[in-house]
Structures are given as structure tokens and as C-alpha cells.
Design a protein around this ligand. Structure first.
Ligand SMILES: Cc1cc2nc3c(=O)[nH]c(=O)nc-3n(C[C@H](O)[C@H](O)[C@H](O)COP(=O)(O)OP(=O)(O)OC[C@H]3O[C@@H](n4cnc5c(N)ncnc54)[C@H](O)[C@@H]3O)c2cc1C
Length: 399
């Protein structure tokens, strides 16, 4: 069986020295430590504590954070590159970094100085893991219809309700939880809270058995008169829904990066396989029909990367909100749909060997599927993109 070496397809133009150095660092860490563990993590479906420790030790958890909070201060593009590199070999490991960013973003965007000082350095060092709790059993795409409530009692908020499908559930040390502080006010009644795993009344329910990203925990969370201090609220009461949307604008690219990594990892593996596998007296890589498939897969990955890095650059340079919302949704939609196609084609290129777990492409295909679903399904991304497009066209008609 061929080994799953890291991609040799270099992309350097336009990247800074820092970004290139981070790519090399994460690529090397992935090659040495993550790739050899990936199949086992998938098979055992156990949260890989060793990879968590590795990402802390190698300063990879520091990538989403500013220097003043113990981070590398190297920006979003570098973070996306790191997620992409790990995802070439292992979805669970890449997601661990993406979710550290997802869970930290509400604190980075809306936290007070004290909240930021309390949590961000611990997340940057990897001492703590973060999670983001928006989804509920009865409220998925329609997140504003959530039922979890929070009421102020003296100097504490009391949370009641439950969350479903929360990544890092059970392993996270701090959760950002969205709850209704004014249940009659629709999305304007939603607020965000920092809930530590030790909060009284907080518990973790069942863990899901999944098709892919099997080492990542996906859990139910329960809040049964769960008490957190009055200053655990993020921003003003009622500001939770816009905050959740602002977070998704910045976290969806992380999912696009995961998808892109899976696609490029599967493509590179399939290409090397075709160079080595002989049928009809010559390497399969010399069959033009298969060369054309490889070419199409490479074009898709490259187009996805261009869109993704553009979004990274938009975040790093402070692009206007509406443009970012649209580009972020487009990157997530395009990269995850194209990665589903590319990883499925990679399985096809390996024939029967693509379908068995001895080879990594079927795992990458399974790990990819979730990227079309979480952080807003791809139907939801299409709603976001078309809403913004139509609003702009409407404005142009009125002008
Ligand atoms: C492994 C995993 C990890 C997750 N991690 C997290 C996490 O960390 N934090 C968190 O908060 N959530 C998380 N989620 C939840 C995830 O974001 C939701 O599953 C997702 O947003 C979809 O919600 P739903 O599953 O309730 O599907 P539904 O909303 O019930 O949708 C079902 C189908 O209907 C479609 N649909 C819904 N509304 C429309 C519409 N208006 N127009 C067209 N189509 C529509 C959807 O696209 C989908 O295909 C995770 C989910 C999984 C499976």
C-alpha cells in the first residue's frame, strides 16, 4: 500500500513568509504525527487526546489568537492554511483547530477585556478547549427558533434547555451557549453566554455515532437550572443572534478549509496511486480518460483555494460586512460541494481499493460529507448568497 505523503503541489504566490512557514510547520507535524494516527482515530471513534496535546505543544492552537492573548498573531489566512494541511490527512484533527476558533470567536468579537483575558490565553495554549452551542433538537437551520432560555436571578443567569450536535461536547472546558433571554422577542431575544464545563446544572448527554470525523465528539448538552455568573453574558442581552451570524461569517471559511484539505489530500493520493497501478500493461496514469478526471479535480481544488484564501485575506484586511458574509458563504458552499465531488472521484480512481478502509480516500470522502451540513447547510448558504445578491440587484433597480 502506498503511503499517504503530503501534497507536493505547491502554492506559494501571494502568500507571506509567515504563512509559508506556518504551512511548512503544520505540514511537517501532520506528516510525522497526524497522518500515521488518522485511520486509527477513525476506526476507534475516540477523541484523540494525543492530537489535542500535540496541537498545544506545537503551538497550532495559538494560530487563531492575537499575540496579546498568547497567540501567534498571524491572522486568518494562516489559520485556514493550517486547517487545510491537517485535513489532507485527518478530518478529526483539522476540526479540532477549526472548532477552537469557532468557540473562541464570540469571545474575541464580543467579550469584555476581562472575559478575553480570562479565556483566550487558555485557549491559545491549548490548556482549554472551546465549543459553540447554537443548534437544538428542534432548531437547526432555523436557529432563531431555539427554546433554551436564560433568566437573571440575583447575580446569576439560570439556563434551561438543551443543545444537540455540539462539537467538542464532553471534551471542551468552555462553551459559548446561545439562549433566549426574552422568549417573545424572536431572534432579538437571543443572548450568548460563556458556560464553563464545571457550571452547576450543566451536563453532557449522548454522544453521536457518525459517518465521518469520527474522533470528534458530537454531543447533546443539557442545562437544568444551570447557573453562571451575571458577567458570563457576552455583549448586551438580545445581541446574541447578530453575534452568532458574525461568528459564522468568520468560521465558515474554516469548514471550507477542511473540505479543501480533504479534496486535495484525496486527489494527491489518487494521482500517486494511478502512477503506480498498472492495468492493460501500463500505469493507469497513462489513460487519458483518467488524466482528464485528475485535471478536473485539480481545477476544482485550485478554484476552491482561490476563493478560500480570498476570504482569509478579506478577514485579515477588514472587508465590509456584507461582502464578507457573501464570500464566506460562497467559499463554504463551493469548497464543500467540490470536495464531495473530488473525494468521490478519488474513490472511483482507486477502483475497489478506493472502497476499502485500507486506503485513506474512502475516509476522506466520509469526512467531507459533514462539510456540506454543519455551520449552515449548503441550502442555507444558497439562501444567504441569493438574499444578498437580490438585495443588491433591487437597490440597483431603485437607483
Ligand atoms: C457532526 C456535527 C457537528 C456539529 N457541530 C455543531 C456545533 O459545534 N455547534 C452547533 O451549534 N451545531 C453543530 N451542528 C449542527 C449543524 O449545524 C446542524 O445540523 C445544521 O445546521 C442543520 O440543522 P438540522 O440538522 O437541524 O437540519 P434541518 O434544519 O432540520 O434541515 C434538514 C434539511 O432541510 C434543509 N432546509 C432547512 N431549511 C431550509 C430552507 N429554508 N430552504 C431549503 N432547505 C432547507 C436543510 O438544508 C437540510 O437539508 C453539528 C452537526 C453535526 C452533524
Amino acid at each position: 500500500m502506498a503511503t499517504m505523503e503530503q501534497s507536493r503541489s505547491e502554492y506559494t504566490y501571494g502568500l507571506t513568509e509567515d504563512q509559508l512557514a506556518i504551512r511548512e510547520h503544520v505540514r511537517e507535524v501532520t506528516r510525522r504525527y497526524i497522518e500515521p494516527r488518522a485511520a486509527e482515530i477513525d476506526e476507534r471513534a475516540e477523541f484523540p487526546q494525543d492530537i489535542r496535546e500535540l496541537l498545544a505543544e506545537k503551538d497550532i492552537f495559538a494560530l487563531p489568537f492575537r499575540e496579546e492573548h498568547g497567540g501567534t498573531g498571524t491572522g486568518t489566512t494562516a489559520l485556514l492554511i493550517a486547517i487545510e494541511e491537517m485535513a489532507k490527512a485527518c478530518g478529526t484533527s483539522a476540526l479540532m483547530l477549526a472548532v477552537q476558533e469557532l468557540g473562541a470567536l464570540p469571545i474575541k468579537l464580543a467579550g469584555t477585556e476581562a472575559q478575553q483575558q480570562q479565556y483566550l490565553p487558555r485557549l491559545a495554549s491549548g490548556e482549554w478547549l472551546a465549543a459553540y452551542g447554537l443548534t437544538e433538537p428542534e432548531s437547526g437551520s432555523d436557529s432563531a427558533s431555539m427554546r433554551t432560555t436564560a433568566r437573571l436571578e440575583g447575580d446569576e443567569w439560570v439556563l434551561n434547555g438543551s443543545k444537540r450536535f455540539i462539537t467538542n461536547g464532553g471534551v471542551a472546558d468552555v462553551y459559548v451557549i446561545f439562549a433566549k433571554t426574552d422568549p417573545d422577542a424572536g431572534h432579538r431575544g437571543i443572548s450568548a453566554f460563556i458556560v464553563e464545563a464545571t457550571a452547576p446544572g450543566f451536563s453532557v448527554g449522548k454522544l453521536e455515532h457518525k459517518m465521518g470525523i469520527r474522533g470528534s465528539t458530537t454531543a447533546e448538552l443539557h442545562f437544568d437550572d444551570c447557573r453562571v455568573p451575571a458577567d458570563a453574558i457576552l455583549g448586551e442581552p438580545g445581541s446574541g443572534f447578530p453575534l452568532a451570524m458574525q461568528v459564522l461569517d468568520r468560521s465558515r471559511p474554516g469548514i471550507a478549509a477542511q473540505a479543501l484539505g480533504h479534496a486535495q489530500g484525496a486527489l494527491d493520493y489518487a494521482g500517486r496511486y494511478l502512477l503506480q497501478r498498472e492495468q492493460f500493461g501500463k500505469p493507469l496514469a497513462r489513460q487519458q480518460g483518467l488524466q482528464f478526471m485528475l485535471a478536473d479535480m485539480q481545477v476544482k481544488c485550485t478554484a476552491g483555494r482561490e476563493l478560500l484564501y480570498k476570504v482569509g485575506w478579506m478577514i485579515d484586511t477588514g472587508a465590509p460586512r456584507e461582502e464578507l458574509t457573501s464570500y464566506s458563504a460562497m467559499a463554504k458552499l463551493f469548497c464543500s460541494d467540490m470536495a464531495m465531488e473530488v473525494t468521490t472521484d478519488a474513490v472511483q480512481l482507486l477502483g475497489g481499493y478506493g472502497y476499502v478502509s485500507e486506503y485513506p480516500v474512502e475516509r476522506l470522502m466520509r469526512d467531507t460529507k459533514i462539510t456540506q451540513i454543519y455551520e449552515g447547510t449548503n441550502q442555507v448558504q444558497r439562501i444567504v448568497i441569493s438574499r444578498l445578491l437580490l438585495a443588491e440587484l433591487e437597490r440597483s433597480l431603485e437607483a
